[in-house]
Write a protein that binds this ligand. Structure first.
Ligand code: 0X9
Ligand code: ZN
Length: 600
């Protein structure tokens, strides 16, 4: 099933952050019911094997390291958990006894900023809850401010819906100087507790917007690249870290019993179930019951599929100061290892130049540890997207602080050092020298995806067969399987229109033709309603020509200028092979095709 069409929408901004759900770890009725860590400690344990790591997890200890591999581990433990680990023979050194006060400082900082200064200008002085457009100082409010302040450059995107029904919101940032450009997708907080990561994405968004028209490099990039920025992928989990448990990592799927959560960065399908993931529902690296079982990974997957111009992605995590690339599921180098190495070390140098922080780059498996079902492996392997994951500050040196509790006064330096690296990736040859993808792309042998530009008034699909005029055909907004056609079929030519209203921009429409007859002479064509835009939007098919033909068939534009030609070689098994529709249309246009001589 190809990706589904999506609407730009900020309708679902009510997030139900407080008090709508109940959780295994205790009721979530606002901040007074946040789990407290008064008697907790962070202890350091040296794990000798993966079995040790499993044992630590079984004891209830919450591993805080980025690196889940043999070696020193910082583990958050209650007094009981500490005793359980002791009984299992683990030797521990206490590295932090003040977990609760560390967490309190972070929660409090947001409120202080809202109360004290300008919530927009001071946004990066503190961490912030997810919130909504009306909640001043929240993440969604900040995005809404950016959209309001820079309406010609920034708009909301809604990637999809979480398991608890919230919208995964982000920003699209680009100018309208060009209509076709390569895209990059940067997202953060796939893991809920990695609080420094949403501000990185938002700091970058603000940087692009406030410097457009002022800084020539930013202006040139925003003119030539389409940015999709999602500060919080794991919305439910992130909210849960504010309402209930600061150290929550996974999403909030109910696994049954008292177990919640799937590690979203183990749930993508490439290498799913492999090393560095767990089948145990209580594990922090639980991979879920099946690949893409989770609403959040499905939404992201579909967004990538729906935006074939995306050439690079960055999945921003914390902590350990790393720049990672495929593969995580096996010790195999990617085919484009040279490109990864070049761009990876380029970004490392950009980061270092800002505040002298050292990041280490390399393939995930060999640089940190095996991790299967991670986003980067899927986007690279499946879609050919140049795919990186960052681990932000702090370095993994273990000063006894939780790496997820980076002091808020490091948010700005963290943002500052990331900006040039994120620019570097967007301006890499891989992104910038890409041929703009055609907006009409085959999504499988029986599908054609159409990406209409803004302002189109119709899509029509025409299928004719002299042998069999009663054709089955569907055009839907949301894939066609099991769905009722939303178009009227009219006229003996089988022309269909998607309603009479404007077609929604940014929505993918799927077209299927399944006529089920052995037509000796069969023709398929697709057109959209607004020819000027169409010509600019579609690189592959010259729709002006085709629609002229369609108009002729409708009797609206005089004589048919071209003859129909036989495209039966394109339709093996009586199913239109839409992969070849551009060939078919080239044939109509009199251009050469591998299927024989052009049409007369
Ligand atoms: O284990 C992970 O998922 C990542 N580390 S973290 O501490 N943030 O949990 C590392 C995996 C790297 N991510 C990708 N290669 N996508
Ligand atoms: Zn992470």
């Amino acid at each position: 099933m190809p990706g589904r069409g999506r609407f730009l929408s900020i309708v679902a901004l009510t997030l139900g952050a407080f008090g709508l759900f109940s959780f295994a770890e205790g009721p979530a009725r606002g901040q007074e019911t946040r789990a407290r860590f008064d008697d907790y400690e962070i202890v350091r344990i040296t794990a000798r094997s993966m079995e040790d790591i499993e044992d630590i997890e079984k004891s209830g200890g919450n591993i805080l390291n980025c690196v889940h591999g043999p070696g020193p581990m910082d583990v958050l433990v209650s007094p009981n958990e500490r005793r359980a680990l002791s009984r299992r023979g683990f030797r521990m050194e206490t590295v932090n006894r003040h977990v609760q006060s560390m967490v309190d400082v972070q929660y409090a900082s947001s409120e202080a900023v809202v109360a004290g200064g300008d919530p927009f200008d001071d946004f990066f002085l503190a961490y912030h809850p997810y919130g909504d457009a009306e909640t001043v100082g929240s993440i969604v409010w900040y995005m809404n401010e950016l959209v309001t302040r820079y309406p010609s450059l920034a708009s909301f995107i809604n990637v999809g819906t979480t398991v608890e029904g919230r919208s995964i919101l982000g920003l699209r940032i680009t100018s309208d100087v060009l209509s076709e450009k390569p895209g990059v997708f940067y997202f953060s907080a796939e893991h809920a507790r990695e609080w420094v990561t949403p501000p990185v994405t938002l700091f970058f968004a603000n940087h692009l917007l406030e410097n457009y028209g002022i800084d020539s490099g930013v202006t040139e990039t925003v003119d030539n690249v389409e940015f999709f920025l999602v500060p919080v992928m794991n919305v439910d989990g992130y909210i849960y870290t504010w309402t209930t448990n600061r150290f929550w990592r996974k999403n909030r799927r109910h696994n049954g019993g008292t177990s919640f959560g799937v590690d979203l960065n183990r749930n993508w399908s490439q290498g799913w179930g492999g090393p560095g993931s767990s089948g145990s529902t209580t594990s922090d690296i639980y991979r879920g019951p099946s690949p893409f079982s989770e609403a959040e990974t499905q939404a992201m997957r579909d967004f990538f599929i729906d935006h074939p111009n995306i050439r690079a992605q960055l999945d921003i995590h914390s902590f350990s100061q790393l720049i990672l690339w495929p593969f995580g599921s096996s010790n195999t180098l990617p085919e484009d290892q040279d490109v990864y190495q070049e761009v990876g070390s380029g970004m490392r140098a950009e980061i270092f130049a800002v505040h002298g922080r050292t990041y280490i780059e390399g393939p995930t498996y060999s640089t940190i540890y095996p991790a299967s079902g991670v986003s980067t492996d899927w986007t690279y392997d499946e879609l050919g997207i140049l795919s990186f994951a960052y681990e932000c500050r702090d370095a993994n040196t273990g000063q006894g602080l939780s790496g997820f509790d980076l002091p808020a006064d490091q948010i700005i330096p963290q943002g500052e050092e990331m900006v040039p690296a994120l620019m570097y990736l967007a301006n890499s040859n891989w992104v910038r020298q890409a041929t703009p993808p055609p907006s009409v792309a085959a999504a499988g042998s029986r599908y054609l995806e159409i990406h209409p530009a803004a302002g189109f008034s119709s899509i029509s699909l025409r299928i004719t067969s002299p042998d069999y005029p009663c054709l089955d055909k569907y055009v839907t907004e949301d894939g066609f399987l099991d769905s009722t056609p939303t178009v009227q079929s009219s006229s003996s030519w089988g022309t269909m229109y998607v309603g009479d209203e404007a077609i929604l921009p940014e929505t993918t429409y799927f077209v299927e033709a399944d006529y089920g007859v052995s037509g000796t002479s069969t023709s398929v064509m697709v057109t959209t309603g607004k020819l000027a835009d169409v010509a600019a939007e579609f690189g592959l098919i010259n729709f002006s020509d085709v629609s002229t033909m369609v108009d002729c068939f409708r009797g609206e534009a005089g004589e048919l200028p071209l003859a129909w030609c036989d495209i039966s070689p394109l339709v093996p098994n009586r199913v239109v092979n839409f992969e070849d529709i551009s060939v078919a249309i080239n044939m109509f246009r009199g251009l050469p095709s591998p299927y024989g001589p052009p049409c007369p």
